[in-house]
Design a protein around this ligand. Structure first.
Ligand SMILES: Cc1cc2nc3c(=O)[nH]c(=O)nc-3n(C[C@H](O)[C@H](O)[C@H](O)COP(=O)(O)OP(=O)(O)OC[C@H]3O[C@@H](n4cnc5c(N)ncnc54)[C@H](O)[C@@H]3O)c2cc1C
Length: 426
């Protein structure tokens, strides 16, 4: 074991949350170590995108990265909701929001992660321990000692006054700190697929709804789009069988979403897909003395809300602010770190609940649920306040989730006007 190196902060996990948090510390005058076991991000295996909503864009702006994200991704002003097979339900334009970024930007996950790594490499207060695998945590007088393996059996210890668990939903740091987490197994999962977008003819986001069916489509960069299909198949092999191989895949996608007739032809193998399990997780606390959970290690949300990446970025920004103050006061106790949890956790949990509700409603094959869903989506223009609230919620601006009663009200089956539209600042 080599000599121990001391830092103010040790961040385990160079994902979106960990790196957003590090970049947010750029004026704090602290020393930071970042540990991650993945040396090179392999984009060919990451066939999905992050559709970053207005508040996520505001977080990127405060990190100084919004312009690059706009260049590297594709932005869209609206979502078109359609019936499976074609036929309009409703049009959702971000311009209805009172936000300085009334649009969404979708970007491939590896492109965003690489951009954050690039920005972190330029920070002179950061030492990158990449690749290195976290293997152990030990509480000390002034923080924690972290053991990392740097390859070929070599082990090092780094010491942090604050240790940040940004190592994803199955966080080993969280486990070592004795923080319990509740996992929920989802019954509905996701198949993401990258397709060509010839002539960039698909400009908006689209979602096609049918009985138990949900197929979303968003452009990711010039000439390319991602489609995401809600499925009950538990793995890629089962999906391939269900859809009838690659020929069945092309035919089925063109049938579900007529605008994919041409793009779907570009999918020549399942190597352009990623299958993700729709599980979710919630940790019992996000802070401990000298330790903090960031991003998916605290709460994971179903991708249907399109908010996992956005929450990770927003939490990174909040982390930077709260932690800078804690270091300034010289107090890294759980009580001093608590404002970070108080600020971020309620919305992350509500978004998680919302993801579970949406997955149930959009994935249900019950005729009555399907009928209500289509009725609500096609009548939403009769209730502009509700429409505004729903879009504001998914954009990160509205604090209160949309409940079943709101859905029934939007379908014209429950009295309206329970609450005014979004009031949180953008
Ligand atoms: C297939 C898929 C599709 C998704 N689609 C969307 C979407 O459309 N929209 C959206 O907003 N969100 C989506 N998400 C969720 C989103 O990616 C996450 O919410 C977000 O990336 C959270 O980032 P994170 O940094 O907390 O965790 P992670 O991205 O999981 O990062 C954790 C990091 O820790 C590292 N690590 C883990 N263990 C160790 C260890 N022992 N030692 C060293 N390093 C370690 C990992 O290598 C990784 O880099 C999707 C996720 C998946 C998997």
């Amino acid at each position: 074991v080599a000599a121990e190196r001391h830092y103010d902060i040790v961040v385990i996990g160079a994902g979106l949350a960990g790196l957003a948090g590090v970049i947010a510390l750029r004026d704090a005058g602290l020393s930071v170590a970042v540990v991650d076991n993945i040396a090179k991000i392999d984009g060919s295996r990451m066939n999905w995108g992050h559709d970053l909503q207005p508040n996520a864009l505001a977080a990127l702006e405060s990190l100084g990265l919004l312009d690059r994200v706009r260049e590297l991704g594709a932005w869209h002003d609206a979502y078109q909701l359609e019936k499976l097979g074609g036929g309009p339900l409703s049009h959702w334009d971000y311009s209805m929001l009172d936000h300085r970024h009334p649009y969404a930007v979708c970007i491939r996950t590896h492109v965003l992660r690489e951009l954050l790594r690039e920005a972190t490499r330029e920070l002179d207060f950061v030492d990158l321990h990449i690749p290195a695998t976290y293997t152990g945590l030990e509480r000390t007088e002034g923080g924690h000692a972290v053991t990392i393996e740097t390859g070929e059996g070599a082990t090092e210890r780094v010491h942090g006054r604050l240790v940040v668990a940004a190592d994803g939903p199955r966080s080993r740091v969280r486990e070592a700190a004795g923080i319990r987490a509740r996992f929920k197994r989802g019954k509905r999962h996701w198949l993401d697929v990258i397709m060509d977008n010839p002539g960039d003819r698909i400009k908006d986001g689209y979602v096609y709804f049918g009985r138990g069916e949900y197929l979303g489509i968003v452009p990711t960069r010039p000439g390319e789009l991602v489609a995401f299909h809600l499925t009950s198949t538990p793995n890629l092999d089962a999906y391939k069988q269900m859809i009838g191989g690659i020929d069945g895949f092309r035919a089925r996608y063109a049938e579900m979403a007529p605008i994919l007739a041409e793009p779907a032809q570009s999918v020549d193998s399942f190597d352009r897909t990623s299958h993700t399990l729709g599980h979710s997780m919630r940790a019992e606390t996000w802070v401990d003395d000298g330790l903090l959970l960031l991003g998916d290690s605290g709460v994971t949300v179903n991708p249907i809300t399109s908010s996992g990446a956005g929450l990770a970025l927003e939490e990174g920004v909040a982390f930077g602010e709260v932690v800078s103050e804690c270091f300034a006061k010289g107090d890294l106790s759980a009580a001093a770190l608590a404002p970070y949890e108080e600020r971020c956790r309620p919305r992350a949990e509500k978004m998680q609940d919302m993801g579970d509700t949406c997955t149930f409603v959009f994935g249900s094959r019950l005729p009555v649920v399907n009928g209500l869903k289509l009725r609500m989506l096609s009548r939403i223009d009769r209730d502009p306040a509700m429409k505004h609230r729903i879009l504001a919620y998914f954009s990160g601006m509205e604090p209160d989730p949309i409940g079943y009663r709101d859905g029934l009200a939007a379908a014209g089956l429950w009295p309206r006007g329970r609450r005014p539209a979004a009031s949180m600042p953008a």
